[in-house]
Design a binder for this molecule. Structure first.
Ligand SMILES: NC(=O)c1ccc[n+]([C@@H]2O[C@H](COP(=O)([O-])OP(=O)(O)OC[C@H]3O[C@@H](n4cnc5c(N)ncnc54)[C@H](O)[C@@H]3O)[C@@H](O)[C@H]2O)c1
Length: 356
């Protein structure tokens, strides 16, 4: 198969983790006989320095022509603060490249060998943690109108609007149900249906759609309870699907369960044939460790596995990468500093390639 991808390493550790993940991808492609065609492009400060903007037209064009985008990270806090908010790399590049991608999938896994890195007690996590969080990404409070602050100082009023159409709810729930079918067939739909109208529509829709997925066990949970249950019984969750703001908060909470932000991959997906799918590790550019070969590349390596699975339908190759990455983590010998080890980013990538 042809794997035509845009590769945007970006700033800070973005370049290091993307190089590590690309080395793994190249090896898998050659083992499986795929034709890998990566086109590298500038984004973030790397692009501002050369082209005066965080997302040059040439980069957009490369992304438009690709089947998927592999992204490292953008932003450098010291330099970001010299720019107005609207021109900062995260704002310019991420919002633009993710436009139209309504489903954000974050895969949170605690490999048994890393149980000591999880902040929860051993007895709560002995059954293992493997949760796919699916967050709606283009609706809700972040985009609802009216939005803004008005009125004279002292009596100003701020408004944010939470709005969801039935179609928006259906399309994200469909991804939730279908993802659950391919996993352990448990879906937790999170809402606040005891208070919010958007959540009442969400729950009604989820209950109706559940009839079409008799093999999926569906649980409806209020968001406040979900945030508690994630810490009380994390091993029981399989797929969680929820709206934009709830998903933002719950996915950050869940990321901490696996012990390091450097381990979590993500995908942003839209409708087939629509915006180009976007894949990135959930961490930022980590300027405190950039350029020192200290970054954990596993989140980006697992991101490549998600890309092979969701955009190219290459499930066996995705599984092969995941198996190799978890073998390295469970082995406990080649770990980066965030996991208590002394290995470098390149050594971890080499270990994953050796395990393939
Ligand atoms: N999608 C993105 O491009 C994205 C996401 C988040 C933050 N950012 C940007 O990144 C910059 C730094 O942000 P931040 O410090 O808040 O978050 P960060 O994720 O970059 O770093 C937070 C902490 O986690 C550590 N860390 C992160 N990734 C790691 C990895 N792979 N291996 C080992 N340790 C890792 C860092 O060393 C740091 O101590 C900011 O400019 C921010 O705007 C970009």
């Amino acid at each position: 198969m042809k794997i035509d991808i845009a590769v945007l390493p970006g700033d800070g550790i973005g370049a290091e983790v993307v190089a590590a993940a690309m080395a793994v991808l190249e090896k898998v492609a050659s083992m499986s006989g795929h034709q890998l065609n990566p086109v590298y492009a500038d984004v973030g400060w790397a692009a501002i320095d050369k082209h005066g903007t965080a997302l040059p037209e040439a980069t957009r064009e490369i992304c438009r022509k690709s089947r998927a985008i592999l992204f490292g990270a953008v932003g450098l806090p010291d330099r970001d603060k010299t720019l107005p908010q609207a021109q900062r790399p995260e704002r310019v590049a991420l919002l633009e490249l993710r436009k139209g991608l309504f489903a954000n999938l974050r895969h949170v896994v605690l490999p048994p060998g890393l149980a000591n890195r999880c902040p929860l007690k051993t007895e709560l996590i002995s059954a293992g943690i493997d949760i796919m969080i699916i967050r709606e990404l283009t609706g809700g409070l972040y985009y609802g109108k009216p939005q803004g602050i008005s009125g004279p100082p002292g009596t100003r009023v701020a408004v944010d609007t939470m709005a969801y159409s039935e179609a928006e709810i259906e399309r994200i729930l469909k991804i939730g149900f279908e993802t659950a079918l391919k996993r352990r067939r448990r879906l937790t739909s999170v809402d606040k249906a005891n208070i919010l109208a958007t959540s009442q529509l969400w729950r009604e829709t989820a209950i109706r759609m559940a009839k079409d997925y008799p093999d999926v066990t569906v649980e409806h949970m209020y968001v406040d309870n979900a945030s508690m249950q994630l810490l009380r019984r994390p091993t029981e969750f399989d797929v969680i699907v929820t709206e934009n703001t709830f998903g933002d908060i719950l996915s950050d909470e869940a990321s901490m369960l696996c012990g390091s932000i450097g381990l979590v991959p993500s995908a942003c997906l839209g409708i087939p044939g629509g915006a180009v799918p976007f894949y990135e590790p959930i961490h930022g550019s980590a300027p405190d460790i950039a350029g020192q070969n200290k970054a954990n590349p596993i989140g980006t390596i697992l991101t490549v596995a998600m890309m092979l699975r969701y955009t190219f339908g290459l499930e066996p190759d995705a599984k092969m990468i995941e198996k190799a990455a978890f073998e390295v983590l469970n082995g406990g010998k080649t770990l980066t500093g965030d996991l208590g080890g002394t290995a470098g980013c390149t050594q971890v990538a080499d270990a994953v390639m050796a395990a393939l």
